[in-house]
Design a protein around this ligand. Sequence first.
Ligand SMILES: NC(=O)C1=CN([C@@H]2O[C@H](COP(=O)(O)OP(=O)(O)OC[C@H]3O[C@@H](n4cnc5c(N)ncnc54)[C@H](OP(=O)(O)O)[C@@H]3O)[C@@H](O)[C@H]2O)C=CC1
Ligand SMILES: O=C(CO)COP(=O)(O)O
Length: 346
Amino acid sequence: MAKIAVLGAGSWGTALAIVLADNGHDVRLWAHRQDHAETMKETKENEKYLKGVQLPENIFITHKLEDSLEGIDYLLLAVPTKAVRDVCQTMKKNLTTKVPIIHAAKGIEPETFKRVSEIIEEELPEELYRSIVVLSGPSHAEEVGLRQPTTVTVSSRTLEVAEEVQEIFINKQFRVYTSPDLVGVELGGSLKNIIALGAGISDGLGYGDNAKAALITRGLAEVARLGTSMGANPLTFSGLTGIGDLIVTCTSSHSRNWRAGYKLGKGEPLQKVLDDMGMVVEGVRTTKAAYQLAEEHGIDMPITSGIYHILFDNENPREIVEQLMTRVRRHEMEDLVNILDQKMKD
Ligand SMILES: NC(=O)C1=CN([C@@H]2O[C@H](COP(=O)(O)OP(=O)(O)OC[C@H]3O[C@@H](n4cnc5c(N)ncnc54)[C@H](OP(=O)(O)O)[C@@H]3O)[C@@H](O)[C@H]2O)C=CC1
Ligand SMILES: O=C(CO)COP(=O)(O)O
């Protein structure tokens, strides 16, 4: 059995710590706030982030980073994207063994457009870790905590390490696949949050299932367009970390991105929505990153662009929907038509 540090005691860090503990591993869950760690120890529950789920005995809870990292075989980073740089900086001096770093964050940094594995690479010297692995897929912490059937994908530049990570997580409720497409797996999980905000807005406005299906389908098209231009394999977007995660996030009230969108659709201002949530809504920062990336590279992302204007320019969501519906008419498979046209010319 392995000794595994889980850094970040929010909903996802806690749910994944439970999966690892169920598999018999020695789990060290690190919360950066002492009071949070103490309360979890006392109540044997993470009341703030994963209410109603008892923490197994073999999860050691600490607020001391050095205690969580001592003698570990694997490190799981489960903090929001915004905190990844900070946590890497802090843990640098406490990493004594060279272990795989698994990350489970779903975001892109707005200022640099970096994916989380790139941020880790930038912050940690290569000699401090063995390989970086991303874990992503349709997986709400609330359901994972209740041991409900869930599937995810892990990806790393080294297949062997991805398979090791598959092995430590997999159990009969938590099925883990591997993928060689690190870029696609990271981007699918990050960009779907933008579309989930849109699905929530649409529901908040009172629109129905037709609009939701349109958002998911056309959303996937633009997510794949941007992702492919950033080096992802287009096929990855038809898998768990693409359409799979898009479906679960756009259709579930567990999703913080969907819930934030819903409130925006009901007319609440962004800052109030974020303050009331008390948990991370990754899609807001990722919308900024994707919008800027699309502008820079001339990639057509009308839904992302509309959501950007609702979030940051206070534009009226109903008017944005009208603009989307009255765009210039086009082929559904425009990219495919362009490829076929090109082939005919060749
Ligand atoms: N929840 C889910 O179902 C899933 C989430 N994810 C992804 O996992 C990542 C983490 O999300 P999630 O756990 O849901 O977020 P939550 O909002 O539930 O929790 C975030 C946790 O990170 C802690 N944190 C914030 N800043 C820092 C910091 N600088 N140093 C250390 N800890 C910090 C918070 O502590 P405190 O509040 O005490 O400051 C809190 O415990 C996100 O990228 C999310 O997209 C992926 C799949 C599923
Ligand atoms: O990524 C998730 C499920 O796969 C969680 O989504 P939210 O961050 O919107 O809650």
